[in-house]
Write a protein that binds this ligand. Structure first.
Ligand SMILES: [Ca+2]
Length: 490
């Protein structure tokens, strides 16, 4: 065999190897972006670990591409990753070098104990498309590593041991700062200059406000209006305006914020949406200049008094909300979301730093009303008509107010139960609405009665434990039969 042929074969092998490592397959699964370290962070209140933990992703370089994080944890330690060990599924990642992403997930019982292992085998991956099954995922060749298991104690961060706690009194440490632009014709929260302020315990509302004020000043050429050189003084003046007393109530937040905005002379309107839906939260983050997310923390297993916490939102999908939280180390936290059941559905957040239920009680959307460019005017006009969960298209006239029934569903706990969501739009605010859900093969329905919210929308959530074709009939005392709908749950 002469040297030319040997050289040609060697070159061909090198090309094949090169393609294998650097070709489209590699860039598609993003394994080259992931750093070889991860941690599983648990939170402990008194003696017990909470229900949710974070899995941390670290990145070796920046990437502007849209990546979805996938993560397996070998819970039973058998060296294999099974479908039920797939804890992070298709979660949007923000890939920045040395800036971790944390994703919350339900902590399996095996990893909640005091004698849980110090490290756990995990497989992390980034994909550019949603992955539908664990089998498909395993072919994506994720990065397998030992994640350190860490336990953080939650003591006074939320003032949970300070007397006087109530769901309306927001105490948590300050939060978030940052959201990102969506291309040049940006509307919505822009995090390019959103700061990440720290503060004392129970300062969350003041910090969230300061973050958003500074960011809005920057976006609208008013940086001189905010004394960023003296942040402690700024926080104190905000706390004073909001009547801080071991926390800030939602009512005092609104009053104080209005006063601060008036003093600044800014053309900013603040809209409050009580118990928003997930689409309303998404819309707020996509169209507002700043969004504070107010939460209520209830049902503490360790018996802590109900309390509240405020985040500054970054972005949201139908399954999660992303934010920055000074209660956690630097990085973006992505928390799972779902709608609760019952007469008044809330967005529930999978927040690891509480041993109970965390729901969104309100969001506050800041909008800068001064029309500066065509883009600004367009975005302002667009948000005049808040999109409701199930409004289809932009031309639906609010004036016509024709009731419409929309249905959707989510597998909230696969294998346990799913939820069907019904939204009736085009109603008169406060109108009493009854929805009755029944399966095709069942004569008996489950009725629920709610009042239409101030946007004229009635929301219903039905929990189901069987697949099938479900119908809903909607009636109102004044209208009689309002409408109906159906959905296939499978
Ligand atoms: Ca396993």
């Amino acid at each position: 065999m002469n040297k030319t042929i040997v050289g040609a074969i060697a070159a061909a092998i090198l090309i094949v190897i090169g393609f294998y490592f650097f070709g489209p397959g590699t860039s598609k699964n993003g394994v080259g972006i992931l750093a070889e370290r991860s941690s599983l962070i648990r939170y402990q209140i008194d003696n017990d670990v909470t229900d949710y933990a974070f899995l941390t992703y670290n990145f070796k370089k920046d990437s502007g591409s849209e990546w979805l994080a996938q993560g397996f944890v070998d819970v039973n330690g058998d060296g294999a990753f099974t479908e039920d060990e797939w804890v992070i599924k298709n979660a949007p990642a923000r890939v920045i070098k040395d800036f971790p992403n944390r994703f919350s997930f339900i902590l399996p019982e095996q990893l909640k104990t005091a004698d849980a292992p110090r490290t756990v085998r995990a497989m992390l991956a980034l994909s550019t498309v949603a992955v539908e099954s664990a089998d498909a995922f395993s072919k994506e060749s994720g990065r397998t590593l030992d994640a350190t298991v860490e336990t953080a104690l939650i003591d006074d961060e939320f003032g949970i041991n300070v007397p006087g706690a109530s769901p309306d009194l927001k105490r948590g440490v300050g939060v978030v700062h940052y959201a990102y632009a969506d291309g040049p014709a940006h509307t919505g929260v822009n995090a390019d200059n959103l700061p990440d302020l720290a503060g004392g315990p129970m300062d969350c509302f003041a910090i969230a406000t300061a973050n958003n004020l500074i960011n809005m000043a920057s976006q609208h050429g008013r940086s001189g209006d905010i004394p960023t050189g003296d942040i402690p003084n700024l926080l104190e003046s905000i706390k004073s305006a909001m009547d801080w007393n071991n926390g800030i109530t939602n009512a005092n937040f609104l009053i104080g914020k209005a006063q601060i905005i008036a003093d600044l002379g800014w053309p900013v309107e603040t809209e409050e949406i009580l118990h928003p839906t997930i689409p309303q939260l998404r819309e707020a983050l996509a169209s507002g200049d700043g969004v504070e997310i107010s939460t209520t923390m209830v049902n503490s297993r360790s018996g802590k008094a109900d309390t509240g916490h405020v985040f500054t939102g970054v972005s949201a999908t139908n399954q999660s909300v992303s934010l920055h939280d000074p209660a956690t180390p630097e990085g973006t936290d992505t928390l799972g979301t779902a709608m609760t059941s019952g007469r008044t559905p809330f967005i529930a957040i999978d927040y690891p730093l509480w041993d109970g239920i965390v729901v969104v009680d309100a969001i506050y959307i800041q909008r800068w009303r001064e029309p500066q460019t065509a883009t600004t005017e367009k975005s302002s006009a667009a948000v005049e008509e808040p999109k409701t969960e199930n409004k289809i298209g932009n031309d639906a006239s609010i004036l016509e107010k024709v009731p419409e029934v929309e249905m959707t569903f989510a597998h909230v706990k696969p294998g346990e139960y799913s939820e069907i969501y019904v939204a009736v739009t085009g109603l008169t605010p406060g109108e009493e609405i009854t929805a009755k859900l029944f399966r095709d093969d069942s004569l008996n329905g489950a009725p629920q009665v709610v009042d239409a919210d101030r946007n004229g929308v009635a929301h219903f959530t039905f929990r189901i434990t069987q697949y099938g074709h479900y119908n809903v009939n909607v009636t109102a005392p004044n209208l009689g039969y309002v409408g109906g709908g159906s959905v296939d749950v499978q």
